[in-house]
Design a protein around this ligand. Structure first.
Ligand SMILES: C[S@@+](CC[C@H](N)C(=O)[O-])C[C@H]1O[C@@H](n2cnc3c(N)ncnc32)[C@H](O)[C@@H]1O
Length: 221
């Protein structure tokens, strides 16, 4: 998969050089290109934002740098183009899995008061939100999307890591334990040390159902 990100703050994406995502990029499991929108502005002072028509607080990102960047980087419209936005549909695990099947993604990060609506109408395929709250920019949401989509790309994680995790089967994951057997008076449930895999599976399923009922009953509907 090829992922292209359009942003005014490319340095923020250094976080994706680390850990599992960083290793996956380095070993060529997917490619990530971070493009600075300022490289596409026609403004001689490299401006990419301006005051909102109609008044109001803040600045709005101009359509021209976005349009020029999209046309230069995705001329044949091969990529699924996504504007990260609090107004978009909320990103779910189901959508993450379907996005991981795309060949190319192009992610647009807004900043300030957002992006001129014409850039969204003309150049984006959809808007996705990472939750019902407002961040200062789309960079963290884009990183969230890259991280969770990359987990589903071939060879990034072992296939076992992707089954029975939170949101598969509409359940949250069962509790996990590691050594030591006892910590501050709390012991690892005996069943997990029994070696009886049928019993362990049953315990995990029961725990997952109970936890989901308690924490996220909406998932069970
Ligand atoms: C301060 S926000 C703009 C909010 C906008 N004025 C509104 O009220 O809907 C700046 C940028 O952050 C990004 N952003 C903020 N919250 C987000 C969220 N929950 N999900 C995805 N992107 C978000 C978007 O790219 C947005 O253009």
């Amino acid at each position: 998969m090829k992922i292209t990100v359009l942003t005014l703050f490319p340095e923020m994406f250094a976080a994706l050089d680390e850990s599992i995502v960083g290793r996956a990029r380095k070993s060529g499991k997917f490619s990530l290109e971070i493009k600075n929108l300022r490289d596409y502005t026609e403004d001689r002072h490299l401006k990419c934002d301006d005051y909102p028509f109609g008044g109001g607080a803040g600045m709005v990102m101009m359509a021209q740098p976005v349009g020029s960047a999209v046309e230069a980087l995705d001329p044949m419209h091969r990529a699924r183009r996504i504007y990260l936005s609090p107004k978009g549909k909320t990103l779910t695990q189901e959508r993450v899995i379907s996005l991981s099947e795309e060949e190319e993604l192009l992610l647009l990060c807004g900043h300030y008061e957002g992006v001129d609506q014409r850039a969204i109408d003309l150049f984006m395929d959809e808007e996705l939100s990472i939750g019902d709250y407002v961040l200062t920019g789309g960079e963290l949401p884009a990183m969230v999307l890259v991280d969770c989509v990359s987990r589903y790309l071939d060879g990034v994680l072992s296939p076992e890591s992707l089954v029975q995790e939170s949101f598969s089967d509409n359940l949250l994951e069962y509790p996990q334990y590691t050594r030591p057997v006892e910590y501050r008076g709390l012991r690892v449930p005996e069943v997990l040390r029994s070696g009886n895999h049928a019993e362990i599976d049953r315990w995990r399923r029961e725990q997952a159902e109970a936890l989901t009922k308690k924490m996220r009953p909406d998932l069970l509907k």
